[in-house]
Structure formats: C-alpha cells, structure tokens
Design a protein around this ligand. Structure first.
Ligand code: AP5
Length: 179
C-alpha cells in the first residue's frame, strides 16, 4: 500500500505519518526530514538549500531525486509519503515510479496551523518555525500544493480529513479510511 498525506504546514502530516507507518507497517518518507538531513550532513545538496529557511519550496528536481533514491533502496516496501509531492510536477514524476492507493488531504485553518508552528518553535531548532516564515510557507502551500487537490480528485483517490481534532481523533479517522 502506498499513501500520500498532504496539507498546510502544521496540519499534522508528520505526526500522523509516524502513526500510519507504525499501524500499517509502511516506510515513512518525509521530504522535509530528508532535506534537513542533507543540511545537517553538509552535503553538496544541503549546501544549496538556503531557500528552506525562508519558507520557499525547494526545487522539484532535488526533491524528486531524493525520493527516487529512497524508493530504489527499499523496493519491497509500501510507503507513506509525508510532504511529497508538493507540486503537480512532483506528483506526475511519482506516478511514473509507483502506484498510489490513497491520498489524504489534512484540513486545518491558517490560524490553527500558525498557532501550532509557533508553539513548536518555542522549543524546536527549525529555523522556519517563526511567524513570518510560517505565513510564507502557507502561501507556498496555497500557490503550489493545493493544485494537488483537483489532480488527485480527478484520479478518484483523494480523501479529505479534518485535521483540527486531537491527534487521536484525527488518527482514528485515518485508520477508518485505510483499514
Ligand atoms: P516539512 O518539513 O514538510 O514541513 P511543513 O510542510 O511546513 O510541515 P510541518 O512539519 O511544519 O508540519 P506538519 O504538517 O508535518 O505537522 P506536524 O505533525 O509536524 O517542509 C519544510 C520545508 O522543506 C518546506 O517549507 C520546503 O522548503 C521544504 N520541502 C519539504 N518537502 C518539499 C517538497 N516535496 N518539495 C519542495 N520543498 C519541500 O505538527 C506540527 C506541530 O503541531 C507539532 O508540534 C505537533 O506536535 C503539533 N500537532 C500535530 N497534530 C496536532 C493536533 N491534532 N492537535 C494539536 N497539535 C498538533
């Protein structure tokens, strides 16, 4: 089974993906984590990811290459893709290498999303967890990622889930959908 979860920053993609991976024995691929890892390791890719700090999306080709590598390294796995694809180009590339069974769109309003990001920002080391960058990330989502809604809706695999309940309430809805 291959699942995609997308939604605005702070909607709970990472939190729910970990639970989905555990429950359904899927491999969790978070492109945000993969990119942060490249920065941490100081790789050639990581040295060119300054745009992440300002809330802009990273170039499609970089992200697609990282995801392809992960898939190739784990050919027998099912995957939960967290924060990927984020553009229609990424979605089209993914469709060439894997069949996606279900796409979950987590719905959270802007105010709640920013509130969660700022709360995490009190403790996290993420340079993008501040109000100015959170607003930019939301705008990037609206401009580049929301077009995935009609894209996957036309394929008949889009499912929207209310992300504003508690973590357990949201996961319970996801479990019903995937079971
Ligand atoms: P990424 O790491 O994917 O971050 P994001 O999309 O901005 O999402 P967040 O991690 O902030 O939130 P989330 O939805 O995962 O929620 P979480 O579970 O963490 O991307 C970072 C950057 O990398 C991008 O801006 C871009 O530059 C680049 N990038 C990544 N992928 C890319 C791609 N495919 N293409 C191009 N560029 C890419 O929860 C957030 C907080 O809320 C946590 O503190 C959590 O504990 C809390 N929380 C979760 N659920 C609930 C709940 N139900 N109730 C209350 N609090 C909750």
């Amino acid at each position: 089974m291959n699942i995609i979860i997308f939604g605005p920053p702070g909607s709970g993609k990472g939190t729910q993906s970990k639970k989905i991976a555990d429950e359904f024995k899927l491999m969790h691929i978070s492109t945000g984590d993969l990119l942060r890892d490249e920065i941490k390791k100081g790789t050639e890719i990581g040295k060119n990811l300054d745009s992440m700090g300002s809330g802009k999306l990273v170039g499609d080709d970089i992200v697609i290459d990282l995801v392809k590598k992960k898939i190739e390294e784990n050919p027998k796995k099912g995957f939960i893709f967290d924060g990927f694809p984020r553009t229609v180009k990424q979605a089209a590339e993914l469709s060439k290498i894997i069949d996606v069974d279900k796409v979950i769109m987590l719905m959270v309003n802007d105010k709640e999303a920013v509130k969660r990001i700022l709360k995490r920002g009190e403790k996290s080391e993420r340079v993008d967890d501040n109000e100015k960058v959170a607003i930019k990330r939301l705008q990037e989502y609206k401009d580049n990622t929301q077009p995935l809604k009609p894209y996957y809706s036309l394929k008949g695999i889009l499912h929207t889930i209310d992300g504003e309940g508690t973590v357990d309430e949201v996961f319970s809805e996801i479990k019903k959908l995937l079971s």
